[in-house]
Design a protein around this ligand. Structure first.
Ligand SMILES: Cc1ncc(COP(=O)(O)O)c(C=O)c1O
Length: 440
C-alpha cells in the first residue's frame, strides 16, 4: 500500500517552501521531528472533510482492516469512543440509555457527561477483579429481553487491561437479534486483525469499534481508529466525521496521521506478530515453570497474577523497574506487560532474567472485586453539581462526585453519581484514597 500523507510531507520538506503557516517552529529542529509537523494547508487535506491525501490513506486503512469505513483519530481511542457513542445516541427519541460492561474506561464516563446519556451497568456474573467484566451472550440476551427501555447501544471493553477477550461474536449476534448496535472499546486490540485467526471486533460482527493503533501497532501515541462495521445503521458512516469533530481539536497532528499512514504500508506486520507471539508464549511458559501464575488471555499480553503467585504487584513491578524493565501497568494484584513485535530478543532475555529471583510463594489476596452501587443521579448532573471534599471514612452513604481514576487503568471502581456504600469505601481505602469529593 502507498503512503500518501507521508509522501506529501516528505515532498513538502524537499520543496524547501517557506513556512508562513502554523506551527510556530517552522520545521526547525528542536526535538528533531518538527519538519514533519505540518498543518491543514492546501494539499495537506482536512481530517474531518478529507478529499485528498487523508481520504486516500483512510481508504488504505479501510482495506487493511476490511471495514465499511475506517476513520483516523489523532487523539486516541478516547476520541473514537466519544464519537462512537455520539453516533449511537443520534436518533434517540428520549433520554438515551447505554448498556455497558462495568469495566468501562473513563473515556466512556466522560462521554456520558458530555452527551448526557444514562448508563445501565452490566455487572459480570463472576469476576475476580474490577478490571474485568465478562458478559456472556445468555446474560446479555436476558438483560435485553427484560429491559424496560431499549438501549441505544451495548458498550463492551475487549480486550480489557488484564487481557480478557469478550465473546464478541456471541454478543454481536444477541445485539443483532434485539436490533441494538454493539460498540466495542478495542483500544487494546488493534493487532487482533493481524493474527492468523482474525479476532478483530469488526470481523466478529461489532457495529463499530475504537482501536488505539498506538497501543499494539508501531504507531505514535495518539494514533487510533474508529472502525464502522458492514451492518452499521446508515447514519454511522454519514455522521462519523461530524461526531469525531464534535470532540476533536481543529489542529490534528500530522506526525500522528503520517504514522497511521505508514502502518498501512508495513506489510510484514502479521509475520512479525506471529514470531512475537511465539516468543511471548515461551516467556509465559518459563514464568509458569517458575511457579508464577499467568492469566490466560490475549496472546500479546503477559499478565502476572502477582497475588496468586504470592507477591505484591507493586513490589514486583518495582523490582522489574530496578532491573531495567518498565511494565505497562501494575497494582497490588497484577503486573501487566505489553510486548510487541518491536521488542528485541535482548528485551525478552532481560525480562526472563529479571524473574530469576521470583519463585512461587503462598497466595495472598489484595485484589479489588467489582462493586455494585446504586446510581443516584446521572454522570452529567453529578459532574456539574456543587461538591465538597470529605475524609473517605466520613463519606459512607454520600453521592460520589469524581471521575479521577488515573490512567492506567482508568477504570472507575465507583462511578460519579453513585452512592458510596461500604464495599465502595473499602475498595477506595485499598487504593490508598483518603479524601473524596461528594455531591453537596
Ligand atoms: C480500555 C481502554 N479504553 C480506552 C483507552 C483510551 O485510549 P487512548 O489512550 O488511545 O485514548 C484506554 C487507554 O489506556 C484503555 O485502556
Amino acid at each position: 500500500m502507498d503512503t500518501p500523507i507521508l509522501d506529501f510531507i516528505e515532498n513538502y520538506i524537499k520543496s524547501k517552501t517557506s513556512r508562513f503557516h502554523m506551527p510556530g517552529h517552522k520545521g526547525t529542529d528542536f526535538i528533531g521531528c518538527e519538519k514533519f509537523d505540518i498543518t491543514e494547508f492546501d494539499g495537506a487535506d482536512i481530517l474531518y472533510s478529507p478529499n485528498g491525501i487523508i481520504a486516500k490513506s483512510e481508504d488504505n486503512a479501510t482495506c487493511r482492516f476490511n471495514t465499511l469505513h475506517t476513520f483516523y483519530s489523532a487523539e486516541g481511542s478516547t476520541l473514537a469512543i466519544k464519537a462512537m457513542l455520539a453516533l449511537a445516541i443520534q436518533n434517540a427519541n428520549d433520554r438515551p440509555l447505554i448498556f455497558a460492561g462495568r469495566n468501562a474506561h473513563k473515556a466512556f464516563l466522560h462521554a456520558s457527561v458530555l452527551l448526557d446519556f444514562d448508563i445501565k451497568w452490566l455487572y459480570p456474573e463472576k469476576a475476580e477483579s474490577y478490571l474485568s467484566a465478562f458478559i456472556s451472550r445468555e446474560y446479555l440476551d436476558r438483560e435485553l429481553e427484560n429491559a424496560e427501555k431499549k438501549p441505544c447501544a451495548v458498550f463492551i471493553t475487549s480486550p480489557d487491561y488484564l487481557g480478557n477477550l469478550a465473546d464478541i461474536k456471541g454478543l454481536a449476534s444477541v445485539c443483532k437479534k434485539h436490533g441494538v448496535p454493539l460498540l466495542v472499546d478495542n483500544a487494546h486490540g488493534a493487532y487482533l486483525k493481524f493474527l492468523s485467526e482474525d479476532l478483530h471486533p469488526i470481523t466478529l460482527g461489532a457495529t463499530a469499534c475504537a482501536d488505539s493503533a498506538h497501543k499494539t501497532l508501531p504507531v505514535l501515541t495518539g494514533g487510533a481508529y474508529l472502525h464502522i462495521g458492514f451492518d452499521a445503521p446508515e447514519h454511522f458512516i454519514k455522521s462519523a466525521r461530524n461526531a469525531l469533530s464534535l470532540f476533536a481539536s481543529t489542529s490534528p497532528s500530522y506526525l500522528i496521521l503520517s504514522s497511521l499512514d505508514k502502518f498501512n504500508a508495513i506489510e510484514d506486520f502479521s509475520e512479525k506478530l506471529k514470531t512475537c507471539i511465539e516468543r511471548v508464549g515461551q516467556v509465559k511458559k518459563e514464568l509458569i515453570k517458575k511457579g508464577l501464575v499467568i492469566e490466560i488471555g490475549e496472546p500479546l499480553k503477559i499478565v502476572i497474577n502477582a497475588n496468586a503467585s504470592g507477591y505484591s504487584g507493586v513490589k514486583m513491578a518495582s523490582s522489574l523497574q530496578k532491573k531495567g524493565v518498565m511494565v505497562e501497568f501494575y497494582d497490588e494484584e497484577f503486573v501487566v506487560l505489553m510486548p510487541s513485535p518491536y521488542n528485541t530478543e535482548e528485551d525478552f532475555i532481560k525480562l526472563t532474567k529479571c524473574f530469576s529471583s521470583f519463585t512461587k510463594k503462598p497466595k495472598i489476596n489484595n485484589g479489588i472485586a467489582p462493586i455494585k452501587t446504586e446510581v443516584v443521579i446521572s454522570p452529567k448532573k453529578a459532574y456539574f453539581a456543587n461538591k465538597k471534599e470529605v475524609l473517605l471514612k466520613d463519606a459512607l452513604g454520600e453521592i460520589y462526585g469524581e471521575i479521577t481514576f488515573s490512567c492506567p487503568p482508568a477504570v472507575p471502581i465507583v462511578c460519579i453519581g453513585e452512592r458510596l456504600n461500604e464495599d465502595a469505601i473499602n475498595a477506595l481505602k485499598k487504593l490508598g484514597i483518603k479524601k473524596v469529593k461528594i455531591i453537596k
